[in-house]
Write a protein of this length. Structure first.
Length: 202
């Protein structure tokens, strides 16, 4: 199986690459439209500025390519910022329009410049995920912006969340061919390996 990893200057590409490779799959780094051929699944890592990320996607003609592959046969995994870009509006380092697949905003977790860095327990809604992560549901998070004001129509796609600073933070969203997580599987040790296996077997 060929697993594409989108390169748009948003970090953690090689951590994800190594995880996929060690699981016995064939990772392929994709930096432009011509490299998008012959992949069976797509992973969008994400660390960095949302505004710059959207700029890079558009500059490399990947923004429309992602939009065209929504509601398609291609399974897509978005990690952290790679999840957030599928929302309508993002406000990190400037205002940017996302892919609008999810009707929501990406805003600061807190007005007090708080970061969520470290391990948090994910409360899964999905019976399938609860059966995989029976005793340990801890995953590694590293972010200061999160999905907020998720529309009621999209709330039914919410598969998991955490609680941080007295807020519910959407952490797993599964809609059509898209699976998005706010945490980092590539940094979540054994649970990250389990989650990546789950995505690759979808």
């Amino acid at each position: 199986m060929n697993v594409g990893i989108l390169n748009y200057d948003a970090g953690n590409i090689y951590s994800v690459y190594n995880l996929i490779y060690n699981l016995g799959f064939t990772p392929k780094i994709i930096s432009n439209k011509s490299e998008f051929k012959n992949i069976d699944k797509l992973i969008i890592p994400g660390v960095g500025s949302a505004y710059r990320c959207i700029e890079n996607l558009k500059k490399n003609k990947l923004f429309d390519l992602l939009s065209d592959n929504l509601n398609s046969e291609l399974p897509i995994l978005g990690i952290c910022l790679g999840l957030q870009i599928f929302c309508e509006n993002l406000y990190e380092n400037g205002e940017a329009n996302g892919l609008k697949f999810l009707k929501a905003k990406v805003q600061k977790i807190s007005q007090h410049n708080k970061f969520n860095i470290g391990w948090s327990k994910v409360e899964f809604k999905s019976n399938e995920l609860n059966s995989i992560f029976i005793n340990n549901k801890d995953f590694y998070f590293c972010h200061s912006f999160s999905i907020q004001e998720l529309d009621k129509k999209d709330q039914k796609f919410l598969e998991g969340h955490i609680k941080f600073d007295q807020k519910v933070i959407p952490s797993v969203i599964k809609k059509e061919n898209f699976l998005g997580v706010q945490f980092h599987p590539e940094k979540s040790q054994i649970n990250g390996v389990k989650f990546m296996k789950y995505f690759l077997n979808i």
